[in-house]
Design a protein around this ligand. Structure first.
Ligand code: SF4
Length: 339
């Protein structure tokens, strides 16, 4: 398979241009065609000579691919499947008044094995390249925000994730503000790379403030303890434009009690952050041992944490009728294929 140009930095594109005997400025032109004009073929690159385009075509691919399936929810949320080698990965498009957010996958499947997550139960099938991450994003031309919260643990593929973020935020790339991008993590040691080399927002999947209880539902707790994740976060500045938030799926009796609320307050004391409470929706037909907290308990938890100094919100669920939680559409498609 030919190497993709998508995901290359402007310096790398200049080196490719030089190697093929093209003028040095062709590197900048390539970056503009890939990231600003979003060309999907070499034929569109009309300010590069015909011979130059031939040389490029002989050695490289653009790296753009259309989705192979699409599902639309009643609330406007759309889910897209992209083929990556033998695998499918998914992206979720969430329109909301003035905003349009895309939830991006960074791996096919996931190694982290969170017990409540469909993707976690499907296992790991490979890292996505920067081109495969960017391909999901560049398909859309009206996005206002990006969240790296689809399939996979972004920090487990940190170099490709950072490269995609560089393309999205560099002046020679898509020139987005890093404040429009949030990357999620369960918290593993490579998180430090992200904190040092990116300005994008961070969302930590917390789900239980007690390490021993968290390890029972999130095996990644053993790779890096939550207390060490929070200690690491305290070394960075969250008082200005960059934000850290904590995702917290609420399960009846398991993590929504006063004991958990007080431990959350203790753990996060003094850290400028917010907590997003999330309703749990088990995958259809799954024998999930998890049951969502009821509305009243979630409202109590929100108010208790907010009154004690941590801004806490209950996140609205979107796209439930199209299986918008990670891994569900891929699973449905694979089940269909095996019937
Ligand atoms: Fe992986 Fe995220 Fe699912 Fe955990 S919740 S298994 S990190 S995709």
């Amino acid at each position: 398979m030919q190497e993709a140009l998508l995901g290359k930095t402007v310096a790398e594109l200049q080196a490719i241009a030089a190697e093929l005997g093209l003028p040095r400025f062709a590197g900048k032109q390539l970056a503009e065609w890939l990231y600003v004009r979003r060309a999907t073929s070499f034929d569109e690159m009309t300010n590069i000579s015909l011979k130059g385009r031939e040389l490029l075509r002989a050695r490289y691919a653009i790296g753009r691919h259309m989705p192979v399936a699409e599902a639309v929810s009643k609330d406007g949320t759309k889910k897209y499947l992209f083929q990556v080698g033998e695998q499918y990965i998914e992206s979720v498009y969430i329109p909301d008044e003035e905003r349009a957010t895309l939830c991006v996958s960074t791996q096919a499947g996931c190694k982290m094995g969170c017990r409540f997550c469909m993707t976690g139960t499907l296992g790991f099938h490979g890292h996505l390249s920067a081109a495969e991450i960017l391909n999901q994003i560049l398909y859309f031309d009206d996005l206002t925000n990006l969240v790296y919260m689809g399939e996979g643990e972004p920090m487990d593929n940190v170099e490709n994730v950072l490269r995609s973020l560089e393309v999205m935020t560099a002046d020679w790339g898509c020139a987005w503000s890093p404040r429009r991008i949030t990357v999620s993590s369960v918290g593993i040691p490579a998180l430090q790379q992200f904190l040092e080399r990116s300005e994008c927002h961070l969302a930590i999947s917390l789900h239980n403030p007690f390490g021993v209880e968290r390890a029972q539902i999130m095996p990644a707790e053993r790779l890096m303890h939550l207390s060490d994740v929070v200690r690491l976060l305290r070394r960075y500045d969250w008082n200005h434009q960059r934000r850290v938030s904590f995702e917290y799926i609420c399960w009846h009796g398991q993590n929504d009690t006063i004991r958990h609320a007080n431990e959350l307050l203790r753990l996060l004391k003094g850290l400028p952050c917010r907590i997003n409470l999330i309703r749990f929706h088990a995958a259809p037909s799954s024998q999930s041992p998890f049951a969502s907290s009821d509305e009243a308990q979630m409202e109590w938890l929100r108010d208790y944490l907010s009154e004690h100094g941590i801004t806490t919100t209950i996140r609205r669920s979107r796209g439930e009728d199209i299986l918008a939680a990670c891994g569900m559409l891929v699973n449905a498609l694979q089940n269909e294929a095996t019937v």
